[in-house]
Design a protein around this ligand. Structure first.
Ligand code: DP6
Length: 349
């Protein structure tokens, strides 16, 4: 299996029979994606950069079912209906169109993420679905086209195609077709030097009040801070690339934290405000500040939910996890390092 072709490298006995299984991990953005300039094509306003995790994988099996009248999709054994089902069907339609195969499919997806952790995000889900469905429909794509395709399911899924650090380009110069210009690619980082870990504080396992899709649309439409957010995010991206190149964890953390606060600020300025952070999130953020006051390099990032992810050096994981645990009453704490990109699983290993 190479980074170039996630579908390569196995005998793929299933593919010939129109079935395939793929495994993908979630990613956490250190420079966030927040806002689309094209909803249909899922084209973002800004570049973003993330770390793919080595925990909480999603496994998705796609089996073509000639004769079936509509796609059947289950997530953790629950049948999807309504909008979540429609979203998967629309995604499979893209693959049917490209492969020229009209069959409907049975999709079975399984998350290992703790319920409601805000990590069962669509990133690992659509990266796994794109990979398994392409193989099942006989569509061979390299990682870049696969990343573009995964993007159409959920923007952040474009990055989960790759392991460790990945940069998702909003619009690469030189492409006339905007769909082609927006894809993720790996960012080379000396992982042995940076040795990053995310300590994940699940402070609230309840469902989020507003989906990220809806919240980002509302932010773009109503927040007077949106334009300045986009401008500052592009400066953060440049700084983040340089910091990763130097394997400078303090700089990576500082930029990631300010970028996350910027994203939440721009949401808070929307009308009406979108607020994901809760008192429990702030308690963890206080603990992160306290760790830094005590000389520990720990930096927070938060997504479309109240849970807080704390970036630190692997060598300081225990100290950080201990402080975060003490600040996370009634929740749970998990540790994740950089993980692999999406891959096909051979079921007959
Ligand atoms: C806050 O990728 O879930 O996690 O493209 O509408 O499916 P859609 O949104 P999604 O948004 C992720 C937003 C974020 C930041 C990030 O991952 O970059």
């Amino acid at each position: 299996m190479t980074a170039e072709d996630p579908q390569k490298g196995r005998d793929r006995p299933e593919a010939e029979t129109g079935a395939a299984t793929a495994l993908a991990h979630p990613n956490i953005a250190l420079v966030k994606y927040w806002g689309k300039r094209d909803e249909r094509l899922v084209l973002p306003w800004t570049d973003s950069l993330s770390m793919t995790l080595d925990t909480f994988p999603t496994t998705t099996r796609v089996r073509l079912a000639p004769g079936l009248r509509q796609d059947t999709v289950t997530l953790d054994d629950e049948l999807l209906v309504g909008e979540p089902h429609r979203r998967v069907v629309a995604f499979l339609d893209l693959i049917r169109e490209r492969s020229g195969r009209p069959e409907k499919a049975v999709v079975e997806s399984r998350n290992t993420v703790p319920t409601g952790a805000g990590l069962a995000s669509s990133a690992s889900g659509f990266a796994a679905l794109a990979t398994a469905a392409c193989a099942a429909y006989g569509l061979r794509l390299g990682s870049r086209p696969l990343s573009r395709l995964a993007r159409r399911g959920s923007g952040s899924a474009a990055r989960s195609v790759f392991g460790a650090f990945a940069l998702w380009h909003a619009a690469r110069a030189g492409y006339d077709d905007p769909d082609l210009g927006s894809y993720a690619e790996p960012v080379p980082v000396r992982l042995d030097v940076l040795d990053p870990v995310l300590v994940i504080a699940v402070v609230d396992a309840g469902p989020k009040p507003v989906s990220s899709r809806e919240a980002m649309r509302h932010t773009v439409d109503t927040s007077p801070l949106f334009r300045s957010w986009a401008a500052s995010s592009s400066a953060d991206l440049a700084g983040m690339r340089a910091a990763l190149h130097r394997a400078d964890l303090d700089a990576v953390g500082e930029i990631a934290e300010r970028n996350a606060f910027g994203m939440h600020a721009v949401m808070l300025a929307a009308r009406p405000a979108v607020r994901y952070l809760s008192p429990a999130s702030l308690t963890v953020l206080d603990a992160v500040l306290e760790l830094r006051r005590n000389g520990v390099s720990a930096w927070a990032t938060m997504d479309a939910g109240p849970n807080v992810k704390v970036l630190c050096r692997r060598a300081e994981t225990e100290r950080v996890a201990c402080a975060v645990r003490a600040a996370t009453t009634g929740g749970s704490v998990h540790v994740a390092g950089p993980g692999p990109g999406v891959r096909l699983l051979g079921e007959y290993r």
